[in-house]
Ligand binder design. Structure first.
Ligand code: SF4
Length: 84
């Protein structure tokens, strides 16, 4: 758990869930193996009010899946997902 993850959880607790796409759609979409599904998830992230915090949490935690950006974007920024 990183500081950014805690900040994200705090922000999510204060945000109307209806405004956070991954809380309204199938959460698995954000961890999909199919490129088309991952692209759909990222498109939905575009309107998310906590996207910046989510992106930072994904980077700090070197998370897999879409955390407001693609894994490729995260890797390019120097935050490749951790190996499992
Ligand atoms: S930016 Fe993060 S919190 Fe927002 S919809 Fe995307 S994955 Fe969910």
């Amino acid at each position: 758990m990183t500081a950014a993850w805690v900040q994200l959880q705090d922000a999510l607790a204060e945000t109307d869930n209806r405004l956070v796409p991954c809380r309204n759609d199938d959460p698995e979409l954000w961890f999909a193996s199919k490129k088309l599904e991952r692209k759909r998830a990222l498109a939905l992230c575009g309107g998310c009010p906590v996207r910046d915090l989510c992106r930072t949490a994904g980077r700090q935690g070197r998370e897999k899946g879409s955390w407001g950006e693609s894994q490729a974007q995260r890797s390019k920024a120097g935050f490749a997902p951790a190996k499992s």
